[in-house]
Design a protein around this ligand. Structure first.
Ligand code: ATP
Ligand code: MG
Length: 402
């Protein structure tokens, strides 16, 4: 029988953030509340350096599953809460050992007195509780180096929490604590991973996708929606901006020398992304580029493509090998969606060969053949916006904090 009635949440990195700490903690609490809002029995409490979730009869398994995806959580444990009373601590520790899933031959009590006004220090607590467990059991002994079970006893002002073992959290910073980033999301393997990594550092995401109807179809659009939906698991609702790109691509195809088509197309994407970033108050643009992976991602290409914007560009995958990216994609659940066949707007009109060392002067010269400003404005005006619903509502959270 399971005795645990609470979950104790730890959030390592936040403790380092000095003055920002309170607002980070608040943000994390709000994100947890948002993600767990379907579990109406739960009660959340913040106690210095920890967040405590009272299960109140709620089965812990689905709650644990969701907690694993929330950025900002370092680790968490199932816990029994008792009053700051030695007898109750002894009973609870014994219960935790006796109801452990695996048989226990050796144990260790690790007490920590975070609430210094409690009169018994941690050494003495270890001694009293350990002694009680020994007196109530047969054939189990203490092993401080390599015990089958380590029972932690945390004495806090709000009560004492008894845990054994812990789940690893997703790490990073709470989503929404670092400002907003506009993610360039294709239907490929890389950009969803880049989105995950950007969320991990606490950024809130909006997403931009370029499509070229009728050359790209509804399935391709649905794929991007599904990818964005997967990302909501880590960061709440996501706004998806679908930019019609057909006309621009046709103009490029008609007017730009073949081996510069890809470079100019990327420059147009970036210009439009910057406009949209400004409009949505995003402070940076994120992409799934990885150095040297394909012609458009050589250093020369990046140099020439990047010329058109002063916006910070976040490229979380820039140093990763494809195999590493694939591993991440599998882990976060985007891989299976990304490998579905679809038409990519980027490959529709493009020649097989692109220049791997495009030059800024040439790009600037060729761009005089197209009406850049007019196309940017039109693309922005005709952009369709969808809100992809997720676990938590980050829009609302931002408003609450302002
Ligand atoms: P991905 O797997 O993310 O598609 P990739 O390795 O296929 O990346 P490219 O197709 O060259 O590389 O794209 C590089 C980056 O440009 C992508 O990671 C993405 O951030 C952005 N991008 C490419 N196509 C689109 C698109 N149709 N809409 C929005 N962003 C795009
Ligand atoms: Mg791609």
């Amino acid at each position: 029988m399971l005795v645990y009635d609470h979950i104790l949440v730890r959030y390592g990195e936040l403790a380092l953030k000095g003055k920002n700490r309170t607002s980070f903690e608040k943000r994390l609490v709000q994100n947890i509340k948002g993600t767990l809002k379907e579990f109406t029995l739960l009660r959340l409490r913040r106690t210095f350096g920890r967040i405590v979730i009272e299960l109140n009869g709620q089965d812990h398994i689905p709650v644990v599953d969701k907690l694993k995806h929330i950025f900002g959580i370092h680790s968490f444990s199932l816990a029994v809460r008792v009053e700051n009373d030695l007898e109750q601590m002894k009973q609870a520790a014994l219960q935790v050992i006796q109801t452990n899933e695996k048989p226990v031959r050796t144990f260790k009590i690790q007490a920590r007195r975070a609430y210094k006004d409690y009169p018994i220090d941690s050494q003495k607590l270890n001694h009293h509780i350990g002694g009680y467990v020994l007196s109530q059991t047969e054939s189990i002994r203490v092993d401080v180096h390599n015990p089958d079970i380590e029972v932690k006893v945390e004495v806090r002002e709000s009560g004492t929490y008894i845990t054994s073992g812990q789940f690893e959290g997703a790490g990073g910073l709470p989503v929404g604590s670092s400002g907003k980033v506009l993610l360039m999301l294709s239907g490929g393997i890389d950009s969803p991973v880049a989105g995950y990594m950007t969320l991990k550092r606490g950024a809130e995401l909006e997403v931009i996708h370029f499509h070229s109807p009728p050359f790209t179809n509804e399935r391709a659009k649905q794929k991007v929606i599904d990818l964005a939906k997967t990302l909501t698991k880590f960061g709440g609702n996501i706004k998806l901006h679908l930019v019609p790109f057909t006309e621009i691509q046709q103009q490029i195809h008609k007017n730009i020398p073949t081996n510069y088509e890809m470079t100019i197309m990327r420059r147009m994407m970036l210009r439009i992304s910057e406009e949209l970033a400004k409009k949505t108050k995003a402070l940076a643009i994120a992409s799934g580029e990885s150095l040297g992976q394909v012609a458009s991602q050589t250093l020369h290409s990046m140099h020439t493509i990047n010329e058109v914007t002063n916006y910070p560009i976040i490229r979380p995958l820039v140093t990763m090998d494809k195999l590493e990216v694939i591993e991440w994609a599998k882990k976060i659940g985007t891989y299976e969606i990304s490998i579905l066949p679809y038409e990519d707007c980027c490959t529709i009109f493009l020649p097989a060969e692109s220049k791997t060392k495009p030059k800024r002067e040439h790009a600037n010269k060729f761009e005089q053949y197209i009406e850049i400003e007019q196309f940017i404005q039109k693309a922005v005006d005709e952009t369709e916006v969808l809100t992809i619903e997720g676990g938590s509502n980050s829009e609302q959270l931002v408003e609450e904090l302002l």
